[in-house]
Design a protein around this ligand. Sequence first.
Ligand code: BGC
Ligand code: BGC
Length: 828
Amino acid sequence: MRINSFKLTLSLCIFIYQFSLGADENLTLENKINSYLSEMSLEEKVGQILMVEIGYITPEEVQEYNIGAILNGGGSFPYKKNDHDAQDWMDLADEYYMASSMTSKGKKSMPVFWGTDAVHGHNNLRGATIFPHNIGLGATRNPQLVEEISSAVALEIIASGLDLTFAPAVSVPRDDRWGRTYEGFSEDPELVALLGKHSVIGFQGELGNNFLSSNKILSTAKHFIGDGGTLDGVDKGNTILSEEDLINIHAKGYVSTINAGVQFVMASFNSWNGNKLHGEEYLLTNLLKEQLEFDGVVLGDWNGHQEVSGCSVDSCAQAINAGLDMFMITDNWRGLFNNTLQQVKEGQISKARLDDAVKRILRVKFRYRLIQKGKPSSRIASPSINFIDYKQHREIARTAVQESLVLLKNNNNTLPLDPSKKILIIGEGSKKVSKATGGWSYSWQGSNVENSYFPGATTIYDGFLKIVKEGLGNIEYSEDGQYKTKPDVAILVIGENPYAEYQGSVENLVLTDVEFDHLDVASKLRQENIQVVTLFISGRPLWVNRELNASDAFVAAWLPGTEGAGVADILFINPNTKKEKDFKGKLPFSWPKSANQSSINFGDDSYSPLFSFGYGLSYKDSIQLNKLSEKLDTVTDSKLGNIILEGWPKSGMEVVLQSENEEVFLNSKNISTSNGKLLLDIFDTKIQEDSQRITFKGNTNSSWSLISSKPINWEREEKASGVLSIQIKILQKDSQDELYLSSSCGEDCGQSFGLNKFLDNIPKERWFVLGMPLKCLKENDVDLSNLFKPLIFNTQGAWSFELGKIYLEGGMGGKSIVSCESLKGDYE
Ligand code: BGC
Ligand code: BGC
């Protein structure tokens, strides 16, 4: 059944947009498009509907194929330069623009535009201001602030030569286990619609006013539709809803952003009632283009078309026929170009559908005046201002940090703190920018990015330090709760480590990322009459009853970004004015009272969260929070089934390369030791960045290790016949020098197993699962209660292999199990 009553309400909202452009203007625009289109060859049209990732296409190829657009993925930098600056981006943008503008060989040229995920600031660009993630902006409930942020981001994008952002996400996350929860403003569709609209106005300008004027860029509402509604919060999963519910819950952000003139809508990876959105004609064409009257570009997500049934990454007529206007594509763009061309020639894609897609792309390019703008470096209106690392932008971000903090507990009015007191700050998260910036920050996952990659940033600790110094108090920092001077108050900084997309999805809402025994530390401090304030950093609400009980005050800080110092502005009385700044933040998501309450949402029939949507104390309140239940409910805490690495290590884990006393942590897609003996590249097998390619060049002992920030205990898993399973594909073997697999429980504790004999029977170039029974470790005296490096590969030889998932499993089924016997005697 198709719901028609929505049609009317929805279309009523859209009319302002059509009218504010002006009828005459629309007419000239459409004439221009048609005349342009009539001069294009079929090949040129097909090229226009591709958006290709910069790592896979050169400016010359963009020109040759008349490619319509380019993008950089998360952590993909111009010229692959990790230490790039805005000039590098600008130089490459000029190259692509100039190449695509060339009219040699009688071609009809059309410049490309460049899209990027500026989802909380221009977050791939080193040195840019990184704002709180959307979840924090949802807590501010401040549409003007959101608009200001997007305007600031637009200036940073222009200053680096780009045109388009894949933001705002108008997702409505309904199950907090979803790894993208923080990308959404709220679980409440109305709040999402309001903030999404103002974000678009900030990026693109206001219709009838400064729409797409020289200091504005293009923007994208994503991911259409139902991305936040998947069953169990599974990323790219299935959203099972009636059309009425789908629209009521997940469409409001599209209505408001289309109304505000958004030029792109990105199709989602998820399915609706079993059908992948990239192939959903009813939703892409009938709902989005016809009922919602969207006249811009329906953009695909990262190779997202390949998930449509019957499609592959280089062939998907279904998606174009369903209403997709532009594919987002990586390495297989040539195949996709050739197949699409063929499909048009053979009539599998109608010429009319192709023309419609191209017209939409041209419409956006003309509206944005892409040709008149000239090359990116010629567009800078105020060359004297460096918009990257710009004081005004940092101030806006700091305000956003202040307004996003939500006070959940403040027994006995513990806060605000007096800066003349003795303050102890605990937790290395307080000093790590990457903990505060979360995913989509410099790299895709955002994990383990060193502070030096965020020049100009302040940490949460920096803010505390400054204010306590000014207040003439005493400040001490501790990683684990030990102190020299007995403090009056301890501030514990804890919470989630960075993640993005499916890598961040979890099974329940238990907090697992902790660098120290925060509960013990808190209880010891309180026994000594030291007040405890917990600052909680996270991309979603988690079950924190134990932490709440252990604290006198508790503040949800979300993912504040590079202006972490803003936290201190609220927690402390200002030493100069002697006044405090009050909390403004209100919960954008319902806060769970158990670890299983992940899909509780405002408006549910039986709504019983711990803190309701909209909750948030101010300094005027004096509410005492009583002791909460600490029972863990039905959640099991066995780690069997847990994935610990999938391209990127899961939270709490890191990958480090070692050669000749040098350690290199995995913090971007391509790393190597400086002696060039060990290389690691992250690449895509089934989904994005799900695999590693590791190359040992030989002649030097080098190692790849998975290390845990906190010792792991796998004793229980061993008792349950646990197996460490490693998806591996051997590319190059060294018959002389052994490849070792080891596990370490600290200095002089651990075991190495030589793998050569075992691998002799395994063909190269083939994926298989290497199963290492935990009992082999135990039998060889590895202390399973204290694993620091659960997995190490090391060798002197020239070995090369690929790693897929690494996970713990119960039982032996279907794997190439390393028998403990075969290993015995083989180790060093
Ligand atoms: C992200 C990209 C990222 C890519 C990595 C995608 O899911 O959105 O930005 O670079 O995966 O392969
Ligand atoms: C993500 C999008 C993103 C795109 C480009 C995808 O994996 O789902 O949100 O815009 O990659 O990086």
